[in-house]
Structures are given as structure tokens and as C-alpha cells.
Ligand binder design. Structure first.
Ligand code: HEM
Length: 501
């Protein structure tokens, strides 16, 4: 006689069949989607996308299937946008329904649920952006010009004294700059430990939000309800540790800033500017929490991106000495080597604006726009493209910037391409779209402009010739956020009197 397997085994098999059937069904491509690569059952195209080839791989699909491509990763539909026009249609013109975010469960568990990139476009989102605007919006950045000028000089001084530490010098200089903008601290040393804590927070953000890192709970969100002592629940213990860390950092950095302000030792910053509008002790707890997150987001949004941009500028100078020489001549024609350039010279130095644009295009740190998502409650048809509800919307910035149909000879660092006004301005793509557009873009534009102008006026940046040096090459780390691979450079001071200030 054949005996039936025990009830528990039958139950487990039935559950497994239901899960596989559900996965197979949800991983199918809905009809009407834009074209895209076929993909495997359940996995979809998940295995074809990797950190090493993300934006280049997505660009290849763009060439094969058209400017808007649909791919699947498990049950998630992703609409990849490889053209600036399609990005405008989908993300700007239809922004009422395409400005949502899909937030990963691991990011929520780890203390990042109130970070601006994770907020849905509603009241808290608007208040958060409003706070950040007070510190880094266009008007704030006009007032901040003297501070940008002071910091630019500080960087060239540091590099001329300590050229071997280009990565550390640039990164620390940026970190301290954002600590100043957010919390009003002026120290050149990391006395409060914020720089290190902020870096660790950024690492947590990247580990929990990067599209290239998936935790078990991101694939099966209901795992979060199981107890942390079960095998395979390591993510829960990790998330608890990170959450406590984030809590401590948000509170500590804010309280330090308030203490300083009360003692009269704080420069103007986000916290002090908000306090000028409304005494902090009258803010309700919700607003205080939003303010704490806004301050930390200035650091998290700006640190890696700005470090990457400034390093890429120096890298370009070592690789394209003729471009450097040409721009130096133009700067010298305005300052005569007798003074540092200032923002008052901006109209006389359009070559620096072209250089800023080209650094952004040639070496954009964010090769993909942080993904938006289609409203989870409604499908849409935009410009003839069907977008199912809850789809991820990914603009392939890196692909657009290296598309030879948009930029001639795209791998060449060639600022004068922007002498032609018809060439696409990379600022219109690199900082994202509509109500989610990067809140730090005015900071970037000002800080890069004056840093480049000051460096050209004061330094000759050259490739190293000594045998042990790391030769500069146009190569960056992989992934959605990239930095130039380590390189060495030589900084020869052009006008010592200018640097001595
Ligand atoms: C070259 C440097 C930078 C680049 C290329 C860059 C790029 C971006 C992009 C592509 C987005 C997503 C926009 C979207 O969803 O449509 C973004 C969002 C954001 N950026 Fe930047 N960024 C840079 C620097 C900064 C700086 C300096 C700060 C802070 C001062 C900052 C803070 C933020 C924040 C908080 C968001 C989230 C906005 C939201 O979700 O509403 N970024 N950035």
C-alpha cells in the first residue's frame, strides 16, 4: 500500500507551488509594455543587470529596443529611459503621477524612512525640501558666495601642501563644508566626530538603497515580521544596529548645533536659519524630526557626489593639459595673475561654465537618476508609452552622456563642445526631474565654478612622472554612484602670492 506523505509535507509543497505560481505570474511582462529583452521566468532580467555594467548595459538595450525600454526584475517592472526627450515627457510633464518612490524595506528598517529621497510627494516631503532650500536653495547660495570663495582657496592651499593625499584632502574638505552648511561648525578638525559618523551613515544609506544591493527582506517584505532569532534573519539584527546608529547621529548632530548656537559660536547654517524664522523650542516634534533629517540629508546627498566631481576635475586636468592651458590663459586675461578669480568675474569667464558642464557630463557621479516610480494606484499612458502602476522609472544619465548621437566624441573631455548652444546642457539631465530635482544643484554649480576657476588661476595640475605613482586614467568605480579610480597628481603653484592669500 502506498502511504501518503505527512500533512506538514503536503502543506509545505502546496505553499511552495502557490509561491512559484505567484512568482511566475507576477514576473510575466504585462501586455502593452514598451519593448525590452525577454528575460527568464521568475527572475526576469535580474541577472542581466549588474553593478559593473549598469548604465552601459541599459544604454545597449536602448540602442536595441528604443529610447524607452521595459525590463523586469522578479515582479518589479522597470521602465528605463535612454533619451532626454522621453525623460522630460515621463518625469516632468507627467510629474503628478511619476514622482513617487519605491522605498526598500531594508532602508525603512534601518532608520532612513524620513530621508528626503524616500518620502512620497506629500506634506512632509514639501516641508523637508522647504527646510533644505533655506540652506542650499538658489537665494541661500547667492549669499553664500564669499564662503564658497574662501573654501576654494582653502582647497588649493591644502593640495599644494599635501599633494599625496588628494583623495583624503578633497573628501575631508567637502565633508567639513557640508557640516558647515547644515550645522554651522567651522572646525578644520573633526572634533565632534561628525565627519566619520556622517560617512558611516552614507555607507548605510548606500547599502540599503542602492539598486545593486538586495537584502532578503527587499525580495520578500513579509520576512520583517518574523523574529530576529530565526536563521536567515541576520538582516533584522543588522537593521536594528543601523537604526540605533542613525538615531544617535540625527540627535547628536542637531543638539551640538543648537548648543553652539546658544553659546554664540555657530556660523549661519540650516539650523540657525530655521531658528531665525521660528524659535526651535516652539517647533512641534514632527517638524523637529524633519529638520534633523533635512540637515543630515545635506551631508548624505552632497558628500560622495561633490567629492567625485572635484576629483574628476583634477583627473581631467592631468589627462588634458591643453584644455587646462587654454582655460588658464583665459583666467589670466581677467585676473592678470594678480588676484584670485571671484564670482564677480563670472560674466567674463564663460569658459569656466563650459568646464563645469563638461566635468558633469564626462564624469557624472550619479550614472542613473535615483529611480522615481509611477503612482502605485494608477497605470498611465504617457506619449503613447504604457506605464503600469508602481513601475520603477530609471533615467540612464550615464548612457545619455556617452551617447555619440547626443555628444560628439563622448569620451573626450572637451568643454568647448558647449560653444554650440544647441548641445544638450547636462544640467538638464544630471540633477533629475520636476518636484524631485536635486535640491543641492545650486550648491554644486557655485562650488564647482569657483573651485575650478581658483584651481586654474593658482595651480598647474600635472600627471606624476615618478615610477611608483598611480597614473591617472579615465576610469571610475562601477555602480550607480561612482568616483574616479585612485590616481596621483602633481600640483605646481603658479602664483605663490595668490595661494598665501
Ligand atoms: C554633482 C553633484 C550632484 C549630482 C549629480 C546629484 C544628482 C542628484 C539626482 C540625479 C537626484 C535625483 C533627482 C530625482 O529624483 O529626479 C538627486 C537628488 C537629491 N540630491 Fe543631489 N546631486 C548632487 C549633489 C547634491 C548635493 C550637493 C546635495 C546636498 C546639498 C544633494 C542632495 C540631494 C537630495 C537631498 C536629493 C533627494 C531629492 C528628492 O528625492 O526629492 N545632491 N541628486
Amino acid at each position: 500500500m502506498v502511504s501518503l506523505p505527512p500533512f506538514e509535507v503536503l502543506l509545505a509543497i502546496s505553499v511552495l507551488i502557490i509561491i512559484v505560481a505567484w512568482l511566475l505570474r507576477s514576473s510575466r511582462r504585462p501586455s502593452g509594455l514598451p519593448p525590452g529583452p525577454p528575460g527568464l521566468p521568475i527572475l526576469g532580467n535580474a541577472l542581466e543587470i549588474s553593478a559593473d555594467n549598469t548604465y552601459k548595459g541599459l544604454a545597449k538595450w536602448g540602442k536595441l529596443y528604443g529610447p524607452v525600454v521595459a525590463v523586469k526584475a522578479f515582479s518589479q517592472t522597470c521602465i528605463v529611459i535612454n533619451s532626454p526627450d522621453a525623460a522630460n515627457e515621463i518625469l516632468s510633464k507627467s510629474s503628478a503621477t511619476t514622482s513617487h518612490r519605491i522605498v526598500r524595506p531594508m532602508a525603512l528598517l534601518s532608520g532612513w524612512e524620513r530621508a528626503l529621497p524616500h518620502l512620497q510627494p506629500a506634506a512632509e516631503f514639501r516641508q523637508h525640501r522647504q527646510y533644505m532650500k533655506i540652506a542650499v536653495g538658489a537665494a541661500a547660495m547667492m549669499e553664500y558666495e564669499p564662503e564658497h570663495e574662501r573654501r576654494a582657496l582653502q582647497l588649493v592651499q591644502k593640495l599644494s601642501r599635501n599633494p599625496k593625499e588628494i583623495y583624503n584632502e578633497v573628501a575631508f574638505w567637502i565633508a567639513v563644508s557640508f557640516e558647515h552648511v547644515a550645522y554651522g561648525t567651522d572646525e578644520e578638525e573633526d572634533f565632534s566626530g561628525f565627519v566619520e559618523m556622517g560617512r558611516h551613515a552614507l555607507k548605510i544609506f548606500q547599502e540599503t538603497s542602492s539598486p545593486m544591493i538586495l537584502w532578503a527582506v527587499d525580495i520578500l517584505p513579509s520576512l520583517r515580521y518574523l523574529p530576529s532569532w530565526l536563521p536567515g534573519m541576520g538582516f533584522k539584527r543588522q537593521a536594528d544596529t543601523w537604526r540605533m546608529y542613525m538615531r544617535e547621529l540625527l540627535d547628536k548632530a542637531f543638539e551640538n548645533s543648537v548648543r553652539r548656537m546658544e553659546a554664540g559660536g555657530s556660523s549661519s547654517c540650516l539650523i540657525s536659519r530655521v531658528a531665525e524664522c521660528q524659535p526651535l523650542d516652539t517647533l512641534d516634534e514632527n517638524s523637529k524630526e524633519i529638520l534633523k533629517n533635512a540637515a543630515l540629508n545635506i551631508y548624505v546627498g552632497g558628500f560622495d557626489t561633490m567629492t567625485s566631481m572635484v576629483l574628476s576635475f583634477f583627473l581631467a586636468m592631468t589627462l588634458y593639459p591643453d584644455v587646462q592651458k587654454g582655460a588658464q590663459l583665459k583666467v589670466d586675461a581677467v585676473t592678470h595673475g594678480l588676484r584670485l578669480p571671484t564670482f564677480a568675474d563670472r560674466d567674463s569667464l564663460p569658459c569656466i561654465d563650459r568646464m563645469v558642464k563638461e566635468v558633469l557630463r564626462w564624469a557624472v557621479p550619479t550614472t542613473l537618476v535615483f529611480p522615481h516610480s509611477q503612482d502605485p494606484s494608477q497605470d498611465a499612458i504617457v506619449d503613447g508609452v504604457f506605464i503600469p502602476k508602481g513601475s520603477l522609472l530609471i533615467v540612464n544619465t550615464g548612457g545619455i552622456f556617452e551617447d555619440p548621437e547626443i555628444y560628439a566624441d563622448p569620451r573626450r573631455f572637451w568643454p568647448d563642445r558647449f560653444l554650440d548652444d544647441n548641445v544638450l546642457d547636462p544640467f538638464s539631465v544630471a540633477f533629475g526631474y520636476a518636484r524631485r530635482k536635486c535640491i543641492g544643484m545650486h550648491f554644486v554649480e557655485k562650488r564647482l565654478w569657483i573651485t575650478i576657476a581658483t584651481a586654474l588661476a593658482t595651480l598647474d595640475v600635472c600627471a606624476p612622472t615618478n615610477p611608483g605613482a598611480r597614473a591617472p586614467r579615465a576610469a571610475w568605480t562601477s555602480g550607480a554612484m561612482r568616483l574616479p579610480l585612485s590616481f596621483d597628481a602633481v600640483f605646481n603653484v603658479r602664483h605663490p602670492a595668490l595661494i598665501e592669500g
